[in-house]
Design a protein around this ligand. Structure first.
Ligand SMILES: NC(=O)c1ccc[n+]([C@@H]2O[C@H](COP(=O)([O-])OP(=O)(O)OC[C@H]3O[C@@H](n4cnc5c(N)ncnc54)[C@H](O)[C@@H]3O)[C@@H](O)[C@H]2O)c1
Length: 272
């Protein structure tokens, strides 16, 4: 699907991978980008994207991706001004890492991972991205129905693309019982949406980044990264956000690519 002149929407766009995708899409000529995030930094990020391409194409939206009213308002606003969103990258995500079951050294009692944290991570990392994606699919489907169109056919050209951000943790990672569950969950959601949404001409895929140089990973600390991350990657360094953004654009642009892409820098953790 050609990226040029499309309207894109990115969540988690104030930082890391989401922000890098905004720059990459801007450089590849999108008409407009809705940049969504819950922090004030989103205004700065949108301004930086606009400065980069010397045009006002990035528009910041501040809010929580789990809020349904916020979601519909963002889609309505950007559609009214610039047209229908046809690239959706729901990248906002969080971690709440802790062992699933941990024995307290003193009391010998087992602590089970907090259910509140599990639900929070599911809301942000799994339910929200799926609903942002379904909103785009719904808008495209409605528009087609209003124009009297039924089942999409290849001559019409691809109508839209979703790329979910999975993770190498979807295959399991110590200390990430909630995070890994959400990233594996995205695979099931994407596989289902892939089958349903192509009726309306929309493709869905999942990229699984390895450890990428963003605030989320830097929060682990330099020592942890040096000891537990870098030795298990063939590349010997963290992945650059731009490399993930480039891979996401490849998934959007090349409609023959389907399913999942592992951009993991050769991650090969030793068995537990
Ligand atoms: N960095 C990595 O190594 C890595 C690896 C695999 C997958 N990922 C995934 O890539 C995505 C981006 O991660 P990142 O490393 O760039 O992290 P990041 O922390 O740099 O950026 C995440 C952004 O999401 C925003 N956000 C979080 N919760 C939100 C909410 N409820 N509403 C609105 N905005 C919210 C944050 O404010 C932040 O700007 C995440 O889905 C993450 O799970 C990251």
């Amino acid at each position: 699907m050609e990226i040029k002149d499309r309207v894109a929407l990115i969540t988690g766009a104030a930082s890391g991978i989401g922000r890098a995708v905004a720059f990459e899409l801007a450089q590849r000529g999108v008409k407009a980008i809705a940049m969504v995030d819950m922090t004030d930094e989103i205004d700065v990020a949108a301004e930086q994207v606009n400065n980069e391409v010397n045009a006002k194409i990035a528009f910041p939206f501040k809010g929580n991706v789990t809020n349904e009213d916020f979601r519909t308002k963002v889609f309505e606003t950007i559609k009214k001004e610039y047209g229908m969103v046809s690239i959706c990258i729901p990248a906002a995500g969080i971690t709440r890492d802790a062992l699933a079951v941990k024995i307290d050294r003193e009391t010998k009692k087992a602590n089970i991972y907090s259910v509140e944290n599990f639900k929070l991570v599911v809301d942000v990392n799994l339910i929200a991205p799926v609903y942002w994606a379904m909103q785009m699919i719904a808008d495209i489907a409605e528009d087609r129905a209003l124009r009297g169109l039924k089942k999409w056919n290849a001559e019409e050209g691809v109508q839209g693309t979703v790329v979910f951000i999975g993770s190498i943790s979807s295959q399991g990672n110590k200390g990430q019982v909630s995070y890994a569950s959400t990233k594996a969950g995205l695979e099931g959601a994407a596989a289902t949406l892939t089958k349903e949404a192509i009726y309306h001409g929309v493709r869905c895929g999942v990229i699984h980044p390895g450890f990428t140089d963003t605030p989320m990973v830097r929060a682990m600390g330099e020592e942890y990264i040096a000891k537990y991350v870098l030795p298990d990657t063939q590349l010997g360094r963290l992945i650059r956000p731009k490399e993930i953004a480039d891979a996401i654009c490849f998934m959007i642009a090349n409609s023959a690519v389907s399913g999942e892409l592992w951009a993991d820098a050769g991650w090969h953790p030793s068995p537990a």
